[in-house]
Design a protein around this ligand. Sequence first.
Ligand code: ADP
Ligand code: ZN
Ligand code: ZN
Length: 806
Amino acid sequence: MPEGNFQYCDVSLPVPLDRVFTYSLPETLRHRVKRGCRILVPFGQRKLAGVVVRAHDERPPVETREAMQLLGEEPALEEDLLSLASWIANYYCAPLGEVLRAMIPLSSEVRRGKVYTLTDAGRDVARQQLIGEESEDPVIVILRLLEHRALSANYLGKKVKEADKVLRSLQRKGFVEVEDTAAEKDPLRAPASRLMVEFHSRVEEKLRKPERELLSFLELHPGAHSLAEVDQLVKGASQSARALARRGHLTLRHATTIHYQGEIRERHALNPHQLEALQQVRAGIEARRFQTFLLQGVTGSGKTEVYLCAIEAALAQGRSTLMLVPEIALTPAVSSQFFQRFGDRVAILHSAFSGSERAEQWRAIRAGKAMVVVGTRSGVFAPVQNLGLIVVDEEHDQSYKQEETPRYNGRDVAIVRARAAGACVLLGSATPSLESRYNVHRGKYTLLELPVRIAGRPMPVVETIDMRQEFLDTRKQATFSRRLLEEIASRLDAREQVMILHNRRGFSSFVACRSCGERVECRNCAVTLTYHHRDRRMLCHYCNYAERPPKRCPKCDSEHVYFLGTGAEKVEEELHLAFPRARVVRMDRDTVSGKRKFETILHGFRAHEYDTLVGTQMIAKGHDIPNVTLVGVVSADIGLGMPDFRAAERTFQLLTQVAGRAGRGQVPGVVIVQTINPDHYAVRFAALQDYRQFYEKEIQFRRMMRYPPFAALANVMVRSRNQQQALEMSAEIGNFFGPSPQDLKILGPAEAPISRLKEEFRYQLLLKAANRKRLNELLHSLRAFAEHRHWPPTSLVIDVDPLSLL
Ligand code: ADP
Ligand code: ZN
Ligand code: ZN
């Protein structure tokens, strides 16, 4: 599109509607507006930031409103990302405006002034409150509102009386943090805890005493430091640093990224398998061709080192790299590996960072300052130039799929982006998804294998314990088998460390009545409440609704209310009872609220401040702790019972990954898996750590049942607070599709496995198609139908390539 003097522009806005909106351009904007620019426009009563998709002179048939302000002179998105956005909107049947919003981490609802978030302490306080109980207390109302997202002072002011006063007092107590979005651009105005300071060069001019002291401290302590920490050591540092930075005498920047933690890793000479893998990837990059590699390496085989070398190869060609990692795996320890290797050329994009932190990083990338971007799912949209390589670590991980609109899979989008850019993709995993491994079989991906652990370390030995037999022998329903207890004891004696996996949060899984069988369910969702002992409340894991446990059965008034099932919290308690002297720490979503706590626990465990780490699947991913010689799995059966065709695959992956945490140091590892399904193939092949056999068996099942990778799948769900309405919509969709034609199989409409969630009734249809193009056309016409019938935009949910069928 030529630059010019246009009167109108079409803007894509973050609203759930499938269309662009035309605005007229005031004189001052006419020659500045370009495709890809962000622009502020009026929309109803609101002001929204959208993206210009076209500027033109075609007078629209209806009166248009005037655009207000250009947000940045340069396009926020270049042509490559704009066309990637169109691809996503089409493939995942999502409105373009919502795709564009997901791509740009700059806030679209232009909020001015202060934005509040809970601190870890605030979150703890909020948790102690019973969410289900009504309360008028402004303190509680505010804490509850903030439990789910950051909110502006403006919004809170409208919702709560005297919000200002309450917020100030909460801030004083350290329960909330405030961030001034007006100060976003100016790092000098951020609080000291958010800033890093670093020595720059010696200064000739005359300085004030505190300034001199700060500079000499920094000169003697090279590297970046948290300004808040330096402030404790050097008097007046926070103030001096700002003054010096303003005059250009030192470097002050947002503390998004630089956490030099953990040991400095040395560079290793690659072993022959790593070398072979690297050479193939390097050849692909140098030839500038689009090629996808699947790096399948057993746990501890040194995949990361291959990634790092491949990134170097891309940099050597002057090309940039995206490195995607699962949500939970992006810890400072991981980031620091990249910093050590690539220094300032690295930018980190993490969804846990605050809005302004992310915006800062994004701008640095857009300006071409960072050539290596490490990020979670949305990192795939980082606006780098001249892309040479995208690495997707743990490519099978579920967190690559976004569970809200646009419901894209970051791994799959990575491949589409790389294809357009003529770049290579390196997918890595010890347990590749069936889809990816099948693509090797079909010749679409190139397989690279790392079949052995580094330095000839043996794979851990896995033993399965049949818990049915254990029960027959002991006549006790115990959490730990005798064998596991004995192993834990001997590891603790040897001063080695133990990890215990229990993939279920809470204390007991549900609360039931012995007399009438009633189970206590959530008020908003069709799921049982989980008892959490620490907070003495029953919690819904889907909507966070909470209640006190009843003394008597709410249905039959019997006193015999009891707690059933075991959660990680109870496992922790039982470990305490069995080994009172062992130092136990637990890691799950209840103990890890902020990004920092996660790292604190891991760091403490790595430093052997704890002997045993108990946790949910969080503990299974990627951590490399050499002193762990025993891994125990309390129950391999939790995942197998899920109503999902991927249940076996998930169980296999989880068991293999967690087993891989054992024996990464000098002492060989032992893994003990407790189960009542010892003959299930997912358990058996995980125990043998035999991916190949698992794949053969599972792929047969998928072929027979026509599940992915043998069919394209879409989940169509309708939801409404009004059950009748939800039911009617689902019936209408059923009629819309008609009887299943030959190449399409439609299951439903039926109640969703979780038939009620957050007060909404849910019905779904599962579509399996042999032909993806046809599926895509059908889904688009379904959306047009829904719009034609004036269904509320959020009542119809289309999930293409769904990973969760709940
Ligand atoms: P994976 O991701 O495959 O489980 P990692 O990348 O975590 O394995 O590597 C395991 C350990 O081996 C790490 O501590 C890493 O630094 C080390 N390592 C990697 N490559 C080599 C090598 N060629 N020689 C020696 N040690 C290596
Ligand atoms: Zn009862
Ligand atoms: Zn609920």
